[in-house]
Design a protein. Structure first.
Length: 149
């Protein structure tokens, strides 16, 4: 019945087909998904990356950056790329001197010191990912990062 499938597809995409969903059902889905994502995230390697003296991480209004195996933002989010994916590294600046890296490997928690170059590379990835606001320790750092993007 290709014509029925085409009709349903058209109705769903032009929003003439409505499927009411209760708030309680949406909350149930949110909590179930949250439990599954938490289980995956806690089974990964967590690294607290500390910047060296005179370095500072930037953050943004969309601060969680997902990087693929090449440590680059993925070309597409199809397939094995996403927050719960075991093949990606999730970057989340926590403060100006520490950034959380959730990545592949056995579950563990460790602390490392990053050199200036690595902090800058993570800042540039953050700057390429932000939505509306890039937040830095001062105006000069924000300008330097934005000029480099």
């Amino acid at each position: 019945m290709p014509e029925k499938i085409a009709e349903l597809y058209t109705r769903v995409h032009d929003e003439s087909y409505k499927m009411p969903v209760t708030k309680n059902y949406m909350l149930l889905l949110m909590f179930e998904l949250g439990d599954k994502v938490a289980e995956v995230l806690f089974s990964l390697d967590w690294t607290f990356a500390w910047g060296r003296t005179r370095t500072s991480f930037v953050t943004s209004d969309d601060s969680l950056v997902v990087l693929d195996e090449r440590m680059e933002p993925p070309d597409t989010y199809a397939g094995e790329v996403g927050v719960a994916s075991r093949t990606t590294t999730k970057v989340l600046p926590l403060r100006q001197d520490v950034c959380l890296l959730i990545g592949t490997g056995a579950p563990s928690i460790r602390h490392v010191r990053l050199d200036r170059k690595t902090v800058r590379e993570l800042n540039l990835k953050q700057a390429r990912h932000y939505d509306r606001w890039l937040i830095a320790r001062d105006k000069e750092l924000c300008k330097r990062v934005m000029d480099a993007v």
